[in-house]
Write a protein that binds this ligand. Structure first.
Ligand SMILES: *Cc1c(COP(=O)(O)O)cnc(C)c1O
Length: 403
């Protein structure tokens, strides 16, 4: 039987509350059933009381759901929670992280527009720009992430978007997001940040001046390697275009995945703090070891942009990369000697993963392109999970012993 609720108790009062509280409570609209967890609306369509009601909802004259490609209450709860965490006016969820990037560019760019992309972005992002957007007349150039004057010089009259990932993968380079946003805005362009590696728990690009944030929710937002999804967040003006594309083209998020992500967000900050603490401890330990030539982690004093990282991030993330002695053979021996850590290129999971970028994520690049990108044969990337750090260190010590 439906409980009688005082209408004031259906939603939480979130006026002025902190990040952790928003991560647990934002976006939930409790139904009259009084459920304490988030309700899962597994329905593709919605019924109307009358023909006139249907007409009004289709016309958008009254709010309400019509079809789950457009809106679904569980998906909307996830969108509202992400918007709260990213300090965005609006967020919209997508079926994958790539669908978030696709929808952003499709919504905001036309044939003849120019886009600048940082050199070190996710492999499928480069393929999307190179193989597909270029076919539809979008011009694309690549800029070294950290070099602000190179960005400034590369902007043309028709530059519409600057697209960056900071910190970069796998070498943990950063760009000063606030400075880059100013450069973009001075020339009438927008700054898009793929915030997947940091999540809003560690970095809030919109607060730093970026216009749009995209995520693969598949990574840390889920956090336990269960399902695919993405999200775009920004100001209403731009989001209106993104929402329009998404509702028409249809890479919408499944309500089930949205429900999983809502659960993931409840522990996001706790998990990110634990990921960062493990990563920091391992990075510091690796830096002391004989077999290690160089460690790339923004939390280290030795990182050339450590001060910038402290300024624009609340933690330095889970990805630690390092070069070992012995080139590719050394790196492969190191990886093969681990017994606990999973050999896979995925990240953002409670399980720690290890990979050799030179022959996996960056394997299709020519040796010259790899050299230019700083991806040495001796480079290993570890995406640090939530296991006990002593066990992770012992596993990496097996790798060191095999060098
Ligand atoms: C994984 C990833 C993506 C793509 O996300 P999917 O959910 O796999 O489509 C985009 N950007 C970054 C930085 C990623 O790590």
């Amino acid at each position: 039987m439906t409980q009688e609720w005082d209408a004031g108790r259906l939603d939480s009062d979130l006026e002025g509350v902190a990040f952790d509280t928003l991560a647990v409570r934002a976006g939930q609209h409790r139904t009259p059933e009084g459920e304490h967890s988030d309700p899962l609306f597994f329905t593709s369509s919605y019924v109307f009381r009358t023909a006139a009601d249907a007409a009004a909802r289709f016309a958008g004259d009254v709010p309400g759901n019509v079809y789950s490609r457009y809106t679904n209450p569980t998906v909307r709860a996830f969108e509202e929670r992400i918007a709260a965490l990213e300090s965005a006016e609006q967020a919209v969820a997508t079926s994958t992280g790539m669908a978030a990037i696709l929808s952003t560019v499709m919504a905001l760019c036309s044939a003849g527009d120019h886009v600048l992309v940082s050199q070190s972005v996710f492999g499928s992002t480069i393929s999307l720009f190179e193989k597909y957007f270029k076919r539809f007349g979008v011009q694309v150039d690549y800029v070294p992430l950290a070099n602000l004057s190179a960005w400034d010089q590369a902007i043309k009259a028709n530059t519409r978007l600057l697209f960056v990932e900071s910190p970069s993968n796998p070498l943990a380079e950063l760009v000063d997001i606030a400075a880059l946003a100013e450069i973009a805005h001075a020339k009438g362009a927008m700054l898009v940040v793929d915030n997947c590696f940091s999540t809003p728990a560690l970095q809030q690009p919109l607060k730093l001046g970026a216009d749009i944030v995209v995520h693969s929710a598949t990574k840390f937002i889920d956090g336990q390697g269960r399902c695919m999804g993405g999200v775009v967040a920004g100001r209403s003006e731009q989001m209106k275009e993104v929402v329009g594309f998404l509702r028409t083209a249809g890479p919408s998020l499944s309500p089930f995945n949205a429900w999983i992500f809502l659960k993931g967000l409840e522990t996001l900050n706790l998990r990110m703090r634990a990921h960062c603490a493990n990563a920091q401890a391992l990075a510091e330990w690796l830096e002391q070891q004989d077999g290690i030539e160089k460690v790339y982690y923004a939390g280290l004093d030795s990182h050339p942009q450590h001060e910038l990282a402290k300024r624009q991030m609340r933690g330095f993330g889970a990805v630690v990369s390092f070069e070992v002695k012995g080139g590719k053979e050394g790196a492969w021996r190191f990886i093969d000697a681990t017994r606990l850590i999973s050999i896979t290129a995925n990240l953002g999971d409670s399980k720690t993963t290890i990979t050799h970028p030179g022959t996996t994520s960056h394997g299709r690049l020519s040796p010259q392109e790899r050299e230019a990108a700083g991806i040495r044969d001796s480079l290993i990337r570890v995406a640090v999970g939530l296991e006990d750090v002593a066990d992770l260190q012992a596993d990496l010590a097996r790798g060191l012993a095999a060098l």
